[in-house]
Design a binder for this molecule. Structure first.
Ligand code: SER
Ligand code: ZN
Length: 504
């Protein structure tokens, strides 16, 4: 992208600039254009690309600078670079810099920039287009410029252009392994069968179920298999991760970039003073309705959302730390609560829900350890699906979950970083259901949460989510409800279905 940055800023001083000060300004500007702004710029860079001050003007106690640049020492960087030498030069004339006012900031991007690639944000005052490209007039102040808002805007536009290119492409999917066909003859929808047997009932909320004892017996049977065959032998230790996730975490995990359409948002009361809330309760008492609008006015936030990906809220535990070599790889897991996603509309079976139960496995170490752990897990899973659950399943390399959740679907993984999905065949609708995944996320999370390893190598991490509803859906869809015909280990752990409810 060919870029031009044009900035006009007024530097306000404590008193009028005397004529001698103008000479000092001229000298400082010349020197900056000749040397200061060239610092750190590659020698071969085109001079027109490098930031320079193209004009200045004194009006009373203000000095207005016009700065222009291409991609090197961008106009705003040039402004902050010259601030100190200028303040020093004028300080000799007893002038003190009081503040910087941004008069105009324009970014010109040459070329064909799709309309959809230009964001709609409060810091963009106006967008104009012509055959040369697009111009953005920004509504920014000096703090915004110091926070590099123009650079981030440009990067965002680049990302959007990339995204639009990928947009048409299907998500990445590449088969790794496919088991033999193992259809047991059962072809019903397991959710309907579970409903008919009273193993589950719809809960009042969207995509939410209440699981009766037999369903939970199956969940727990799977959990035991996971603990005994995978988590235990590979030495993962149990932790409890928070299930409310504040923005703080999602800012670092990358979810803040794009997870908004799927979050269940969480708000807190502005105060817990009962008097503040009394009329809300009174309204309900009189009408039998909960006054949602009245409540909305009295909330702080949303301050974050409900657990979505399960592993991100772990990371503050190691944030800013350096992990001792002897403790690596760190292998942990969490099964302490639900995950919540606002799924696409309609009622689905237990395989697609807004509230679900998952065992989340997580590991950290060097790159080699992170990749090695994923390999060990993949082998263990294969054994469980082949020899214990006897499933018809396959695995595939897919768009990494941590990219997809940032809205970057279609971006392929690199050799060692990426996600493997496990899918099971559902005979009743002849589709494949993703029932768990294993990922190596590279240094993304350690970088986001500033975690290092003692050796000075890059710290890497990986995670694997085991969805209990999905295991159940896959297993029952293939094996049906004749418990005696189930694979032995599951049958033994499951026992007799405790169908304790009998409704009249
Ligand atoms: N955190 C991963 C995901 O959300 C694995 O559970 O897919
Ligand atoms: Zn995870």
């Amino acid at each position: 992208m060919l870029l031009r940055f044009t900035l006009s800023a007024a530097l306000h001083f404590n008193k009028e600039l005397p004529p001698e000060a103008a000479e000092a300004v001229q000298a400082t500007v010349e020197k900056a254009n000749a040397t200061l702004f060239r610092r750190g710029v590659p020698a071969e860079a085109d001079a027109a690309e490098i930031g320079r001050i193209t004009g200045w003007q004194v009006e009373g106690s203000s000095l207005t600078l016009t700065l222009e640049s291409g991609t090197y020492t961008r106009a705003h960087d040039a402004l902050f670079r010259i601030r100190k030498p200028l303040a020093a030069a004028l300080g000799r004339h007893r002038l003190g810099l009081r503040g910087i006012e941004v008069r105009d900031y324009r970014i010109d991007i040459a070329g064909e920039i799709p309309e959809k690639a230009v964001p709609n944000l409060p810091m963009i005052r106006r967008t104009t287009r012509d055959e040369a490209g697009v111009s953005l007039e920004l509504a920014v102040d000096a703090t915004d410029l110091e926070n590099k808002i123009p650079d981030r805007l440009v990067r965002l536009i680049e990302e959007k252009i990339e995204g639009l290119k990928y947009g048409g492409k299907a998500e990445h999917w590449e088969l790794i392994f496919e088991s033999e066909k193992r259809s047991g003859g059962f072809v019903e929808n397991p959710t309907e069968e579970m409903l008919a047997r009273g193993w589950i009932k719809h809960a009042p909320a969207r995509g939410q179920w209440i699981f009766a004892p037999p369903a939970v017996q199956l969940f727990r049977a799977f959990e035991r298999i996971v603990v005994e065959e995978i988590i235990g032998p590979l030495g993962f230790a149990e932790m409890i991760f928070p299930k409310f996730v504040p923005w703080e975490v999602w800012k670092r995990s990358g979810h803040a970039k794009g997870v908004y359409p799927e979050i269940y948002y969480v708000s807190a009361p502005k105060t817990r003073d009962p008097a503040y809330w009394e009329d809300v309760g009174d309204y309900f008492k009189v009408t039998g309705e909960v006054p949602v609008e009245m409540i909305r006015d009295r909330l702080e936030g949303p301050i974050g959302g409900m657990c979505y990906a399960q592993c991100p809220p772990f990371w503050p535990f190691v944030q800013g730390e350096t992990l001792a070599t002897g403790s690596l790889p760190i292998r942990i897991f969490d099964r302490s609560g639900t995950s919540h996603r606002y799924e696409s509309g309609g009622i689905h079976g237990i395989e697609r829900v807004d509230e679900f139960h998952r065992i989340e496995i997580l590991w950290l170490g060097t790159a080699e350890q992170a990749v090695g752990t994923a390999q060990e897990l993949n082998q263990a899973y294969k054994r469980v699906f082949e020899e214990i659950l006897e499933l018809e399943w396959r695995s595939a390399r897919v768009t990494p979950w941590f990219m997809a959740q940032e809205g970057l679907a279609g971006v392929a993984e690199t050799e060692n970083v990426g996600t493997t999905d496990y899918e099971a065949f559902l005979p009743y609708n002849e589709t494949w259901l993703e029932f768990q995944n294993v990922s190596v996320a590279g240094n993304k999370y350690p970088k986001g949460f500033n975690v290092k390893v003692q050796s000075g190598e890059e710290c890497w991490s990986g995670c694997s989510g085991i969805g209990l509803e999905r295991w159940t859906a896959a297993f029952l869809a293939q094996k049906g409800f004749e418990v005696d015909a189930w694979p032995k280990r599951v049958r033994d752990l499951f026992g007799e279905p405790r169908e304790i409810f009998h409704f009249l």
